[in-house]
Ligand binder design. Structure first.
Ligand code: 5U1
Length: 678
């Protein structure tokens, strides 16, 4: 039987090992061991603790699962108040801030730290002798609520600081937030359980943090980035607090706390504004919501010199992004018919400025969404436009509902061709059953066929397709190849030169690839990656066309639904007819050379794409990498063999550099493609 000392030692070792791997997994996003190994160690610790409950400590990794249900939250007085930030909404306001700082610092030089401003909740963590003893919300800045039980369940927050040389008392301030992916999953679960979904990740994070039952909080995907300090007492003699904010953030990281990977230090405001614009353009790609950027004077002595006004520091400011939500009147609801006949209700809105643009239309998705959100025509509604995402109606403002607000029911017939609209297989959307009889579907099919990732017909934009169909010059995609310049010049605003150019572009588009051709047909749920998989797998169109749905599932990426869609598409006589006409008109592609997939140049290699590309669209780059045999992954780990880093690559590039992974810039990627005749 192991002695008490031995057991104690074993438990401490297990804590250390589990904390190490948990930090690698949750904070560094770079797991070292498989989950199953971690689970084994965790169960080992659980087993010891079960037999010896006296060995359970507050910082044991097993204590993250939540505990007893509280009646209410205790009040906590912040010994150092939690400050708020002044806001700036324009570069002019940043300029004013900059000259104020210049005056306050007697025009001496200073550096500025720029950080993303997370849209979450401010929190203060208190560590005593390295142990997390308290977590409190901001409250009014003086007094907050004790949410320690819930905060303990957040895996990125250490229950015990790493190393030895931390201060005796350390209060760390930061933001708790819910990543977008976890938020989407949580809302799916809420809806499936007939519970109300959360309006946004911030509300979901707030609701989770204020759960009286920490077992529920433990199921919520919360995360935290640290950005500052509160009370600090008795620093370690070997490790006094650093003299700049940026170095303090590094110190916090060395103690196991998570800091945003986007933090940067600059010497000029021009660089800060560039940073703001770069982050704003990446806002929708970031895994969490941010609502601006915070600039802080880096040097702590200079911070002290600048001082405070009421509850905000004069050495920091939040440069806010344009609001992503706004309120406006829902004037009407129209129905749009998509390429596959899906009917989408579209809200016609009183124009409103949101997310940096004026929005007049927003999607309402489908009838279930209209019912769930309880939206009526005439309502004042909250509209959201995040990044490049299509604007959507979030909810009505019920307190402002006019008496004559009208409930909306989707039409039973297609508003374009009057065919019956039906909902099949529990689909959320109803679909027009008119198929290619429906001009709306035909227009969308032709737009898709001509689009860049399909046959890429230069100059054949959406408006022109609509004109061609409305003038009955074309009925389906194959008619494009029988158009002539004389017909084209009869269209509005079409001169001789443009007509000739378009005819030439249509002719040039006949030379394509098998993958593009399959994609261009617009088979439901066959995107460019699936089209490429089909082309690489079967090599000839004839085989793709004639393979049954069961065999189709042998193709990577093709599941039963997609296989069914492919088989159904090719079994329709009118599709067969159109395809025959297309092939007769001379569409062609080079043969795909039979190659063993192991012989492909990137066979067995895992590649990650990051940053923005300017020479090639991201999806095309991904498709080409797959074509060369690579497995394309979204996160960098030790298993990554190659990182393609476009402009403004951030944390993934840093991580790849740290892991000494081969890195290619965009030009390098293009040379790689060229060398393989892509
Ligand atoms: N990134 C970041 N967010 N944020 C919020 N830094 C930061 N600093 C804050 C607040 C309220 O306050 C300190 C400047 C005191």
């Amino acid at each position: 039987m192991p002695s008490a000392i031995n057991l104690h030692h074993q438990v401490r070792k297990l804590h250390e090992t589990l904390n190490y791997h948990s930090h690698r997994y949750y904070v560094l996003d770079d797991p070292e061991i498989p989950d199953i190994e971690y689970d084994k160690l965790f169960r080992q610790l659980e087993a010891i603790e079960k037999q010896h409950p006296e060995l359970i400590t507050l910082d044991s990794p097993t204590q993250r699962v939540g505990g007893k249900v509280l009646d209410s939250f205790k009040q906590v007085t912040h010994q150092v108040p939690m400050l708020s930030l002044s806001n700036a909404f324009s570069s002019d306001e940043i300029e004013e801030f900059s000259s104020r700082i210049d005056d306050l610092l007697d025009h001496s030089d200073f550096s500025i730290v720029a950080e993303p401003k997370l849209d979450g909740l401010a929190i203060s963590l208190r560590y005593e002798n390295g142990l997390l003893v308290q977590a409190a919300t901001r409250g009014d800045g003086q007094t907050g609520e004790d949410v320690t039980q819930n905060v303990r369940t957040i895996h990125t927050i250490p229950l015990h600081l790493s190393g030895q040389n931390y201060p005796h008392i350390l209060e760390v301030r930061g933001e708790i937030f819910m990543p977008k992916k976890g938020f989407a999953e949580l809302n799916t679960t809420q809806i499936n359980n007939d519970e109300k979904p959360f309006a946004n990740p911030r509300n979901a994070a707030a609701g989770s943090l204020r759960q009286l039952d920490s077992k529920i909080a433990a199921l919520r995907p919360l995360d935290m980035f640290c950005y500052g300090l509160g009370l600090v007492e008795q620093v370690h003699p070997d490790n006094p607090l650093k003299s700049t904010h940026s170095e303090i953030l590094e110190q916090l990281q060395s103690w196991g706390l998570a800091v945003s990977p986007e933090v940067k230090t600059f010497n000029t405001w021009q660089e800060c504004i560039k940073y703001y614009e770069a982050i704003l353009s990446r806002r929708s790609e970031l895994p969490y919501e941010i609502d601006g950027v915070v600039y802080k004077v880096d040097n702590l002595e200079q911070q002290e010199k600048a001082g405070f006004i009421s509850r905000a520091p004069r050495w920091a400011i939040a440069h806010k992004f344009p609001a992503e939500e706004a309120m406006t009147r829902l004037l009407n609801i129209d129905v749009q018919v998509g390429r596959t006949g899906a009917l989408t209700p579209v809200a016609r809105l009183n124009p409103v400025f949101v997310g940096g643009v004026t929005v007049t239309n927003a999607t309402l998705h489908n009838q279930d969404e209209i019912d769930r959100k309880n939206v009526r025509i005439g309502d004042m509604v909250i509209v959201r436009r995040a990044g490049d995402v299509i604007p959507e109606v979030v909810k009505p403002v019920l307190s402002k509902r006019p008496e004559d607000a009208q409930p909306y029911i989707m039409p039973e017939r297609c508003p374009i061709c009057d065919s019956l609209a039906e909902r099949v297989n529990d689909e959320a959307k109803s679909r027009c059953t008119g198929g290619l009889y429906c001009p709306a579907q035909r227009k969308e099919a032709i737009k898709h066929f001509a689009s860049r990732k399909a046959l890429d017909i230069d100059g054949l934009g959406d408006k022109l397709v609509e004109q061609l169909v409305d003038a009955e010059l074309i009925h389906d995609i194959s008619d494009l190849f029988h158009l002539n310049a004389v017909q084209l010049v009869t269209l509005d605003r079409m001169g001789d030169k443009s007509a000739e150019n378009l005819i030439n572009a249509i002719e040039a588009s006949k030379k394509t690839t098998l993958a593009r051709f399959i994609y261009s047909l617009g088979i439901r749920e066959v995107g460019e990656a699936t089209a490429l998989s089909l082309a690489n797998f079967y090599k000839t169109f004839e085989v793709v066309k004639t393979t049954g749905s069961e065999a189709l599932q042998d193709v990577p990426d093709v599941g039963p639904v997609v296989a069914h869609n492919i088989e159904t598409f090719f079994s329709q006589p009118h599709n067969e007819e159109v395809i025959t006409k297309l092939l007769e008109s001379g569409i062609n592609w080079p043969d795909i050379i039979q190659k063993d997939s192991n012989e492909l140049p990137l066979a067995g290699k895992t590649v990650v794409l990051t940053g923005s590309l300017s020479l090639m669209n991201r999806n095309d780059a991904k498709a080409h990498l797959i074509e060369l045999g690579a497995k394309v992954s979204s996160s960098v780990s030790k298993k990554t063999n190659l990182l393609i880093a476009g402009e403004k690559a951030g944390s993934k590039l840093k991580k790849a550099e740290a892991l000494k992974i081969e890195i290619l810039n965009e030009a390098g990627m293009m040379s790689l493609f060229e060398s393989h005749n892509i």
